[in-house]
Design a protein around this ligand. Sequence first.
Ligand SMILES: NC(=O)c1ccc[n+]([C@@H]2O[C@H](COP(=O)([O-])OP(=O)(O)OC[C@H]3O[C@@H](n4cnc5c(N)ncnc54)[C@H](O)[C@@H]3O)[C@@H](O)[C@H]2O)c1
Length: 337
Amino acid sequence: MNKTILVTGAAGFIGSHLSKRLLEEGHQVIGIDNLNDYYDPHLKEYRLSQLTNNFVFIKAHLEDLETVNKTFEKYKPNIVINLAAQAGVRYSLENPHAYINSNIVGFTNILEACRHNNIKHLIYASSSSVYGANLTKPFSTSDNIDHPLSLYAATKKSNELMAHTYSHLYDIPTTGLRFFTVYGPWGRPDMALFLFTKAIVNDEPINVFNHGNMMRDFTYVDDIVESISRLTKRPAKPNPEWSGVNPDPGSSYAPYKVYNIGNNSPVRLMDFIEAIENKLGKKAKKNYLPLQAGDVPETYANVEDLFRDINFKPQTSIQEGVNNFIDWYLEYYEVNL
Ligand SMILES: NC(=O)c1ccc[n+]([C@@H]2O[C@H](COP(=O)([O-])OP(=O)(O)OC[C@H]3O[C@@H](n4cnc5c(N)ncnc54)[C@H](O)[C@@H]3O)[C@@H](O)[C@H]2O)c1
């Protein structure tokens, strides 16, 4: 059945891909985004220009409670998907207040609007960075996540805690999604794949952190979108086996669930760079540097509960995903190699 779905961060990388998919499925999509200049806003406008038909765009900050409330009241969404956030680990060391404003104040407004408008399912972006200092691999939603390494991670963990209270107090089904390094066409200019491709194309050196000793569970954007699309049909439910004596952090007696969405197959940073070099037919000039503050050397998603609940897990190979990104990059920026 077609629904009205509110997507915040609709002009963002993941939000624009998701909105396109939801429109193709026949839903009405109400997109909110403030089009901020954390990275080139033209890219956000181009992404929005791909969204047509049943798409309504509202340029607003999540912190603007009045506009958020009016939007909920006017369009009466069935499902809310909150992807708007100040993203990026490293930037949270320079501009902590951006994270508090968008991720904490903004998310509070979304929760309150869900409460007062009888929303049947809130899906929201969390992040693999919540695992912080945890070294148990692969990362499981049943692991403790009390040791974040950046304010970004702390705000994402806070979102999960805040969502739980609303699931408990107001019986709102909430589903938190811990995304693992998402990449693909229309990707973010502050992330490694974009930075590396741009530098290699321009014969400039790339910064290779932790001297290349990094592993990432790189996840292709279509796999993220497929997972979210399936989850829209599956609001979080109480876990009948949950016990307060031995509490599982990833579920609850309340309609609350968090999932990892990752490829479940970590790739060495040097192999990732090689995939880019293969596609571009050019070698990167590498500038080896120490691990950056706030970063973690390895991420690896356990996706058993995701697969159990939606019968799907990310599966795109690195070379295929990198090839798709580079095809898009070369076309969009009109690069002739
Ligand atoms: N891309 C990844 O690898 C990744 C990994 C883990 C988690 N996430 C999370 O997934 C979500 C989407 O990430 P993305 O990669 O698409 O990032 P993005 O920056 O491309 O998208 C976020 C969008 O939200 C908008 N926005 C930011 N703050 C806002 C505010 N206060 N009010 C209204 N709009 C605002 C931005 O303009 C942007 O268009 C974010 O919550 C991010 O933290 C992303």
